[in-house]
Design a protein around this ligand. Structure first.
Ligand SMILES: Nc1ncnc2c1ncn2[C@@H]1O[C@H](COP(=O)(O)OP(=O)(O)OP(=O)(O)O)[C@@H](O)[C@H]1O
Length: 757
């Protein structure tokens, strides 16, 4: 591969003059063993070590501080320790650090516990969805931003925290953005409660909440303005240089370019592991196979190369394999999605290969359509990726595009909140007591259409009342479940339809990337191999059949006390049946977790056995927004909800939300409720005419879609279907579908498919 190179040697901060810890560090454990001394030495050499005192002063002086510092300078691991040493955890208070990703929260917490010489879960811990490693003595707590949002449901003042650090804020995940708005409110509420001399929840004493917003690639000005001209500090210097290399010409096949580069590094560069950024599970698994194939062609005696995948859908213990040292004699090549892009240090990584692409969510609110698309990364993402090298020594980053392409990249990624369905966010905000969603202080407001469409969706799902409040119990139950609202509703309904066991399996199987492994152009082979699971009713029941077959197989093997042996049998069975064993294992894990949730909520856990009629009806009642009807030309159409966003419930909700803000201040809420009800009656009638009063007509005016070739209903082409996934390649395809009776739409979802009177 032709490489142009541009050295990017940045000042090495090893030579920083200070290198001394502040007085507070004298109380630390005595680093006696060589390992502890090494860690202490490493900490001292971090660029951030020289500014500890100044940073602490700034935190004392400012309630909100924005910190920007190079990747690897020590922000995530060191600042919480500095704050602890400076007694920000007096009175049992906790320092909370949020991360956009769980893998970062877990691995950084482990590292910091090591650095402090304590057991994980004691002074230092982490908490992520379904996995809590904290105790009453935890004072430095790493967690996902989503988890802190959930904590706010139980403790609106976040009263146990003295400092909250929002790390990697540049990622602008939807959770980060909502959290920022929420933290602003909490900070004001905490200050007011001090003024009033009140105590917070749980009898905790009122104290101000300090906020720190951090990243290596942050647009400090945007954040500073959002927080009322908050102070921003920049930490100079990085630990080790990373040389950047670009291709001379654009690559037509980036996967092939990545493969060639992997082997060029493996065969030509000094020891050190490789980290490659790819766009998703399927791509990672394809590259893993290709590496293994090419390895067989290398001359005997060549150095060994071990591919290790890491992506979000991989069970945590498998993700952790990426962090384990390569076996002796091997070089490790980690194949990662952007899960490994920020915050983490993967020991051993010296080389980064970055094709410059990322799979991102995209949402068309007009059509109510959410999809995943592959996009070029932003400059800030490219910087984060190269920053995964140069953390333990000098590194190299190979960008698989020419340098002038880099200049054309956007500076930062478009905030997720502007490109996703907001139903979940709104549900969470409502549960947090935020009534006026359109008036919520977002750092960047999502579009009015997106908010209104999501309100409309929640309204149709029965999560919101006519007054735009969370409905009791459905809306509150939905807010409690850590799932997409549409899936939460499906579980709640399934308990009424006596098929919760089946729906739990369905939701778990739909939550993982792809259960069937379908090599390109091998659909027929897969179809033959998977015939024994295929249900004439569609993919949902097929997925249930696969899950149950795997469970039966494992139950038979429980006679075998040897877990590894039964795992091996399952893997073999998966391979023979073109089933992705990783996805299946992940689905089993999710199933176990959400089953626990619904049990706690007291939902009725019943099975409909082999009578799948109830289950299919429940699918309609739950996923009615995703119905499609066959057209004479064999394509399908599905409704894009109300096309005119100022008519029907969406318009109503928009008007309600807008007016409620004004009216709220005028304190004439009661009469407004009446106004709302009258308007609702009016628009309900209008809805009938808008849909031409027949579901078929509504569907006929919607989007054109086709059944994906991987579906068991690809050839059968039933009249009416319910689907769960819409993907856009050359055409728009629907995946994961079930045949339903089109009369069920009006019967089971009259709120959407209104019949003409
Ligand atoms: N698990 C680990 N193993 C070895 N060294 C580590 C580990 N975690 C952190 N380090 C060391 O600590 C340094 C600082 O890491 P830290 O995550 O605090 O940096 P950061 O400034 O937050 O980086 P980023 O902006 O990339 O998140 C790393 O560059 C590395 O040298």
């Amino acid at each position: 591969m032709p490489w142009g190179s541009r050295g990017n040697h940045q000042p090495n901060a090893n030579g920083n003059d200070n290198g001394k810890f502040s007085n507070a560090n004298r109380n630390r454990k005595n680093y006696s063993s060589p390992w502890k001394q090494k860690i202490a030495q490493q900490r001292k050499s971090l660029p951030i070590a020289s500014v500890e005192k100044r940073l602490i002063e700034e935190v004392r002086k400012n309630d909100i501080l924005i910190i920007v510092g190079e990747t690897g300078s020590g922000k995530t691991t060191q600042i919480p320790q500095f704050l602890f040493d400076a007694e920000f955890c007096r009175d049992g208070k906790v320092i909370g650090i949020t991360q956009p990703r769980r893998v970062a929260a877990v691995t950084v917490a482990k590292r910091v516990a090591d650095e402090c010489g304590v057991e994980l879960g004691q002074k230092v811990g982490y908490s992520v969805r379904f996995d809590d490693s904290t105790s009453n003595s935890t004072r430095i707590k790493y967690m996902t931003d989503g988890l802190l949002l959930r904590e706010a449901l139980l403790d609106p003042y976040l009263s146990k925290y003295s400092v909250i650090i929002v790390d990697e804020a540049h990622e602008r995940t939807v959770h980060t953005d909502v959290l920022l708005g929420l933290l602003k409110r909490v900070q004001v509420a905490r200050s007011n409660s001090i003024g009033d001399g009140r105590n917070l929840n749980n009898g905790n004493k009122s104290s101000p909440l300090k906020l720190i917003i951090m990243s290596a690639s942050l647009d400090a000005r945007t954040f500073s303005e959002y927080f009322g001209d908050a102070k921003a500090v920049h930490i100079q210097g990085r630990q080790f240089p990373v040389d950047l290399f670009y291709t001379r010409f654009p690559e037509t096949d980036y996967l092939d370019a990545a493969l060639i580069t992997i082997f060029q590094v493996h065969l030509g560069e000094a020891p050190g592991d490789i980290l490659v950024f790819l766009t998703g599970q399927e791509e990672i698994e394809a590259v893993e196979r290709l590496i293994n194939e090419r390895l067989t062609k290398l001359p005997e005696g060549s150095q060994k190369l071990l591919p290790v995948p890491i992506f979000a859908a991989l069970p945590s213990e498998q993700q952790m394999r990426a962090f384990a040292p390569a076996p002796s004699g091997f070089r490790k090549v980690i194949l990662a999605t952007n899960i490994a892009e920020t915050s983490i240090t993967i020991p051993g990584i010296k080389y980064v290969i970055d094709p410059g692409l990322v799979k991102a969510r995209s949402y068309d609110p007009g059509k109510g359509m959410e999809s995943l698309i592959v996009l070029p990364t932003s400059k800030s993402q490219a910087l984060q990726r190269s920053g995964r090298a140069g953390r333990e020594g000098p590194g190299k980053c190979f960008r698989l595009y020419p340098e002038n392409e880099f200049e054309k990249l956007e500076d930062s990624t478009m905030p997720e909140i502007k490109r996703c369905n907001l139903a979940n966010v709104i549900l969470q905000l409502k549960a947090l007591g935020v009534d006026d969603i359109l008036g919520f202080d977002f750092i960047e407001k999502p579009s009015r259409t997106a908010i209104v469409k999501s309100l409309e969706q929640l309204f149709l799902l029965g999560a919101l009342t006519d007054e735009c409040q969370l409905s009791d119990p459905v809306g509150w139950q939905m807010a409690r479940l850590p799932l997409d609202p549409i899936y939460s509703k499906a579980l709640i309904l399934a308990s009424e339809y006596n098929c919760l066991e089946e729906m739990l399996i369905t939701v778990a199987m739909l939550s993982v990337e792809s259960i069937f492994y379908t090599p390109r152009d091998k659909y027929e082979e897969v179809r033959t191999a998977t015939k024994c699971f295929a249900s004439p009713e569609g993919d949902h029941i097929t997925l249930i059949n696969v899950y149950r077959a795997a469970t039966d197989l494992l139950e038979k093997r429980t006679m075998d006390t040897n877990k590894a042996k039964s795992e091996k049998v399952l893997r073999k069975w998966c391979k023979e049946n073109f089933i992705n064993s990783r996805s299946l294992r992940h689905a089993r894990d999710i199933h176990r977790q959400i089953r626990g949730h619904v049990q706690q909520m007291g939902l009725k856990l019943a099975s409909c056995g082999d009578d799948m009629l109830q289950f299919r009806r429940c699918l309609v009642a739950s996923f009615f927004l995703n119905a499609a009807v066959k057209q004479p030309d064999g394509t399908y159409r599905y409704p894009t909800q109300l096309r005119n966003s100022w008519a029907g419930p969406s318009g109503l909700l928009a008007i309600y939300s807008l007016c409620s803000k004004v009216i709220h201040t005028l304190q004439i809420k009661i009469s407004f409720c009446y106004l709302f009800l009258i308007a609702f009656t009016f628009t309900s009638k209008k809805k009938n005419t808008l849909f031409a009063s027949s579901h078929n007509r509504a569907l006929a005016s919607g989007e054109v879609v086709q059944i994906h070739p991987s579906s068991v209903l690809f050839r059968k082409k039933p009249e009416c279907i319910i689907f769960n996934e819409l993907i856009q390649t050359s055409n728009k395809f629907v995946r994961n579908l079930t045949r339903v009776d089109n009369l069920w739409l009006t019967e089971l979802a009259p709120q959407f498919y209104a019949m003409q009177n």
